[in-house]
Design a protein around this ligand. Structure first.
Ligand code: BV8
Length: 236
């Protein structure tokens, strides 16, 4: 590992599964993943919000409340330790909208699909910390308008900080993907970008993902076990 200095880590719903947060495609309790309970196009698109804002706001109010009852797991804690102790470059790019990485202590982190605990005013464009509900149309703390929406990236919307992500991919010696099915773009394409830019690529996942064939190495198992083992390896 001596020549590895700059690392980009991509995380998905699988890294929060052991904290009791539903993944999108399959929840292992037979209830089906989030997308099984709600059609994506009914709850996670700008069109859905225009068509039935109550349905969308209730969907995110439910999830915003739920994540505040969950705790980081050993995978989040291991990545926070890597963040503290790795003296090369590190960027954790998460597709997750929960705050478990930060609650575990990670600091070099970027939420490319937004955050549950932020609200975004569509009148004055201000983003503010938000832990309550939006269904009751609360006033924006900055402009007073009742124009707040969840600060998450919906399908068809541009993910956040793509420039910063590609800048880190250009410098990366190692790209690691953790707990993601590789079904949603542009995140699912990062492994190909990283490989094309000369980085070594490693997948840590419960099962092979849609993009497994793009990775130099795949290690299968629950994130709570295989991520701490990988971080120990990197920091030994
Ligand atoms: C965009 C926020 C223009 C909201 C989310 C190219 C080809 C085809 C389609 C497209 C394309 N480019 C764009 C598209 C359209 C679309 C897309 O990808 N559609 C898919 C469905 C085909 N993409 C977009 O619309 C994106 N915007 O493209 O804008 C543009 C163009 C170019 C460049 C820039 C921009 C915006 C997409 C973002 C949508 N918002 N989330 C919310 O959360 O409600 S996406 C949301 O779903 C998540 O953030 C995440 O990204 C995705 C879910 O995926 P995962 O996190 O991977 O979760 P999943 O359940 O699928 O898998 C879990 C995995 O974990 C599994 O593999 C499982 O085995 C594993 N696992 C489970 N338990 C464990 C575990 N692993 C380890 N341990 C465990 N215990």
């Amino acid at each position: 590992m001596s020549h590895i200095r700059n690392i980009v880590v991509l995380t998905g719903a699988g890294v929060s599964a052991e904290s009791g947060i539903d993944t999108f495609r399959e929840a292992n309790d037979g209830r089906g993943g989030l997308w099984e309970q709600h059609r994506v196009e009914d709850v996670a698109t700008p069109e859905a919000f225009a068509r039935d804002p109550d349905l969308v706001l209730r969907f995110y109010d439910m999830r915003r409340e739920a994540i505040q009852t969950k705790q980081p797991n050993p995978a989040h804690e291991a990545l926070a330790r890597l963040d503290r102790e790795w003296d090369g470059d590190l960027l954790i790019v998460t597709q997750n909208v929960d705050d478990l990485h930060e609650r575990a202590g990670a600091r070099r982190i970027l939420h490319m699909h937004g955050e549950h605990l932020n609200a975004w005013c569509t009148a004055c464009d201000v983003r503010c910390r938000w832990t309550g509900t939006l269904i009751d149309r609360p006033a924006c703390p900055a402009c007073g308008e009742a124009a707040l929406r969840p600060d998450v990236v919906w399908f068809g919307e541009m993910p956040y900080e793509m420039d910063r992500i590609f800048a880190a991919l250009r410098e990366a010696d190692l790209f690691v993907s953790i707990g993601t099915s590789g079904a949603v773009y542009p995140a699912a394409g990062f492994v190909q970008n990283a490989a094309a830019l000369g980085a070594r690529t490693l997948e840590l996942n419960l099962e092979r993902s849609q993009g497994s064939h793009w990775f130099d190495e795949t290690r299968l198992g629950p994130a709570g076990r295989i991520v701490p083992a990988w971080v120990d390896e990197m920091l030994q």
